[in-house]
Design a protein around this ligand. Sequence first.
Ligand code: HGY
Ligand code: MN
Ligand code: MN
Length: 433
Amino acid sequence: MTQDPGINGDRLWQSLMEMAQIGALPGGGCGRLTLTDDDQIARDLFTRWCEEAGCTVKFDRLGNMFARRPGRNPDLPPIAIGSHLDTQPHGGRFDGVYGVMAGLEVIRSLNDHGLETDAPIEVVNWTNEEGARFAPAMLCSGVYAGLFDLDFALSRTDANGISLDAELSRIGYAGTEACGAHELGAFLEVHIEQGPVLERHSEVIGVVIGGQGQRWYDVTVTGRDAHSGSTPMEGRSDALVAAAGLIKAVQDIALAHGPDGVGTVGEMHISPNSRNTIPGEVRFTIDFRHPDDAVLSVMDAAIHSAANRVTGAKVDLDMIWHNPPVHFDTRCVDAIENVTRASGHAYRRMVSGAGHDACLVARRVPTAMVFVPCKDGLSHNEAEWAEPAHLTAGCNVLFQAALMLSQDSAMTSGQEVRGGKNKKETHPTVQEI
Ligand code: HGY
Ligand code: MN
Ligand code: MN
C-alpha cells in the first residue's frame, strides 16, 4: 500500500453526506436537477468550502465552476479534477458529487500536508452533466470542448419551456468569461462505476481508458385525438399504439447488438393524456449506446427503418446528439495506473458504459478517469451506494495522479498525447473474461 501522504476519508464522507442534504429525497437519494434552487444552494456551499480551503472560485458563461489552488508557476495550465453536482430526478448521493467532493478533498489534503505543486490545481463543477432537465447530457462540458455551440446550449428548454440561459441568470451563475476560454493542462475525474464489473470481480479501482459511444433521439408520433368509446378500432390513428411498436423496436435493436449494445426509452409525454381520448400525440426519447461507432450506425439505421414501417400515424425521428466512443489520453491513463499499482488495490482497465464530462472534455484536454465500485452496479437510483473505503481509495488515486501530472512539465506545457489503442480493454457491459 502506498506510503505517500493520503487524503482524509472521513472528511470526504462528511462532505458527501452534507451535500446530499441539498435536494434530499425521502428514499435516501438526491433530486437536485441542474440550475434549480437546490443546485444554487449546492454551488454556493461548494464555493464556500473551496474558498475556506484557500481557492479562488470563478465560473464561465455556462456556470462551469473552476476553484483554483495556486501552484509555484501561475503561468502553467492547471491540472483539473472534478465532475458534476447536478443529479437525476431520483438520483443517488454519489453520481458526480463524489468526483467534485474528491477534488475538494485533494485540495484540503494538499493543504494539510503543506504540499506545493508546480502547476495550479483546479476543482471543476460542470453544469448540466445529467441532461435530465436540459438535453443533451454533458451539455456544458461539451460546449467547453467545442462540441456544442454556446447558443445551442443557452436555448435548450426544460419540460416547462424554461431555457438554460434564463435559469443560469436566475440563480446568478451566468459568468462573464466565455465558455472554453479557460485553458486546462489535464482533466481527471473520479466516479462510481455505475455498473457491475468492479464489484463482480472484487476490484477497488477502474483505470478508465475511454467511454462508449451514444446517440440520443427525440421522437414525435402524431395520430389523431378521438373519442375512445365511439371510434371503431379500424381507422384509428392511435399515436400511443404506434409508439409502443417503436419502443419494442428499441429493445429488439439493442438485444440484437448485445451484449454491449444498450437501448432505453426513458422519457415519454402523451397528449392529451386523457383516459377516454385516443392519444393524438406521443413524444419520447431514445438512448442508444455501444463501444463501437460502426455498430451504433447500424442501430441508427435499424430504428430509422422501424420508424418508416409505422402505419396509421406520422413519425418524426430526430437525432439530437451523437457522441462517438472516446479514448482517454494514454499519459493520464498511465499515471492513474501507476499510482493504482503502487496502492496495491486490485484494479482493471476498462471502458465506461455511462457518459461523463470527461468523455467530452477529452476531445480537447488530456483526460482520464478513475472508477470505484458501487453496490450492485446500481446508479440513477436513490439506493445508490458506495463503500467509504472504496471512495477513499479512489480519492487517494486521484490525489497521487494529480500530484504526478502537476509536476509533469510535458503535461502542463500542453503537449497532448492523444488517446491510443490501450491494452486489455473491458467493455462496459461485457462481463469479460
Ligand atoms: O447519460 C449518462 O451516461 C450520464 O449519466 N449523464
Ligand atoms: Mn455522473
Ligand atoms: Mn448520471
